[in-house]
Design a protein around this ligand. Sequence first.
Ligand code: PMP
Length: 367
Amino acid sequence: SDLVRDEVHELAPYNSGLTVREVNERYGPAKIAKLASNENPLGPSPDLDSITMADSDLLRLYPDPAGVELREAIAVALDVASTQIILGNGSEELISIICRAVLRPRDRVVTLYPSFPLHEDYAALMGASVERVNVKGNMSVDVDTFEKKIATPARMVIFSNPMNPVGSWLAPAELSRVIAAADKNTLIVVDEAYAEYAAGEDYVSAIDLLKGSRRPWVVLRTMSKAYGLAGLRIGYGVVADPEFRSLLDRVRTPFNVNAIAQVSAVKALADRQHLQRVVTLAASERQRVQAFLLANDWPVAASKGNFLFFDCAGNAADFAEGLLRYGVIVKPWKQAGYETFVRVSVGSPDENNQFMSAVLSLTSQDV
Ligand code: PMP
């Protein structure tokens, strides 16, 4: 309808994939391995079991609109000021908040490609013009081209590290180069949804590089992945300075993070042991699934996330559809140029076995 802005008409619907219920409805009840949204097979810390909704004001009252307790817990964990922390209903809401607060029509936004689609979508919705830096043939980040693109001032540079859907990452020296190359007025947004999986050798959080810098920046994190709380919708951003944060904060809805989410996130952050279990399992299972894909002669990108991105050498949508019959949900990539690529999340050992045997059954049918 003419009522709706052109930018909305042009927006592709977000591809959130099938739910377990939808697959059961289509193919009958079965054990489903949902490996399409990078969820965490171990779920959240068992400490959350003690949260009871029954006899508290958790449900009756509005949540703390400022999320003070959670912001303080995050600030302590990251060694930043709590006045630098903004909370979101998932980090996807924070991407939207940043775009709405910052972008004017025709602004230049530079991003890596293939990308988390919302990095582009929310920018496009504001009328900004998005420029992509494609990965190299081996699926690593093309840092030289990235540097050149952002040497010309842009309003915003936004990318994930580790990079969804590929799993590639910018090594510490590369990330430093990118930060140094961006104009001092360009907002740098680093989406670190998978940082907990990558922590350690050859990976540094942009928070460590940008902390104390006077340039505009935001680093996004989420409780949906390594903390296993995707269903509760909690993301957070570390923002360059308190003044910038309070401006971004005006754009969000006042009670965006619900009360159960806030108390759960505080408990989840405190359980470092559980986080370590999650990360250790993801690393060993990722290696196992990657070896399987390579043995099938499918090019697969090196990954520091809880997922793998591979070229199935055929139509990825058909491949994913075929796997549904075996109760396995994966994500066929839809962005131009990557129609033969599939992103599969690293699940539990059982789920990964189900994925691998489904692939073997499917490919033996093909011949
Ligand atoms: N950023 C990236 C790179 C992601 O992969 C995702 C989830 N797929 C998100 C942000 C959004 O996560 P959430 O809204 O659950 O925090």
